[in-house]
Design a protein around this ligand. Structure first.
Ligand SMILES: Cc1cc2nc3c(=O)[nH]c(=O)nc-3n(C[C@H](O)[C@H](O)[C@H](O)COP(=O)(O)O)c2cc1C
Length: 235
């Protein structure tokens, strides 16, 4: 077998890796086609090669399909607890938004509602769209991610790498994802149906499946600020 020099990038590999990263988008409408369990296991195995401080591997995943996934949806949608009233166990967003983050947040919200034809004051339709989170946007696989509450912020940094790895490994297999913090406020309902112990904090969920290309919400393309705007080069 030829020894491969891992320090020399092959152009094909650059293109493939970059494509897997840049074609990842948050997909909000999935086809019903199932994802074979061996594929899900493979994705999680690949993702687990994420680095973590002192190799602590702080991730814990509850993979739901079929009836188990529906139990999660029912527990949340049947709880009568509206998102504004539910409280997650950690703060994802700042208490008060400020620029430039506020403008970016608003832009993506309006863009999504624009694709769906939802008006700026149509609160009911916005809520209905938000509730689509809780059926994992019809994806065949719904994952819930937790972390031991005794762990510190560093482990949450590690966790992000693991989550991104899942999304990239999914892309490599023609699959799409949507990471979903929307689940965090419903940790009590989720805990109950999935048997998640008290010592774990629900970080987020993630939908996994095949994109339904016929749905307008999947036409959303988000933007990024340029490297010049976020990077400082000091020579
Ligand atoms: C940890 C995390 C949680 C998110 N939670 C949600 C969510 O609950 N519902 C949703 O529709 N999108 C959610 N998103 C998707 C973001 O809105 C999306 O990543 C952002 O707008 C950029 O768009 P893109 O993912 O298509 O590149 C989340 C993203 C991340 C990273």
């Amino acid at each position: 077998m030829l020894a491969r020099d891992e320090n020399t990038p092959l152009h094909d590999e650059v293109a493939i890796v970059d494509e897997a990263i840049t074609t990842r988008r948050s997909i909000r409408a999935f086809r019903l086609d199932p994802v074979p369990e061996p594929t899900i296991r493979e994705i999680l195995d690949v993702a687990s090669w994420a680095p973590s401080g002192t190799n602590m591997q702080p991730w814990r995943v509850y993979v739901t399909t079929g009836e188990a996934k529906e139990r999660v949806s029912r527990a949340i949608l049947g709880s009568g607890l509206r998102a504004e009233k539910a409280r997650g166990e950690y703060k994802y967003y700042p208490d008060k938004f400020f620029e430039p983050y506020y403008a970016r947040r608003r832009a993506v919200g309006f863009a999504l509602y624009g694709h769906l034809g939802i008006g700026k004051r149509d609160v009911d339709q916005m809520r209905a769209q938000h509730d689509r989170n809780f059926v994992f946007f019809d994806a065949p696989v719904g994952m819930i991610f937790t972390i031991d509450r005794r762990l510190n912020q560093g482990s949450w940094v590690d966790y992000g790498m693991f989550l991104q790895n899942i999304m990239i490994a999914a892309r490599a297999r023609g699959l799409h994802t949507c990471p979903q913090a929307a689940f965090a406020p419903y940790h009590q309902q989720i805990r109950l149906v999935l048997g998640i112990p008290d010592e774990e904090i629900v970080i987020c969920g993630m939908a996994l499946g095949y994109e339904d290309t016929s749905k307008p919400e999947n036409n959303l393309r988000t933007e990024r600020v340029s490297v010049e705007e976020f990077a400082t080069f000091l020579r």
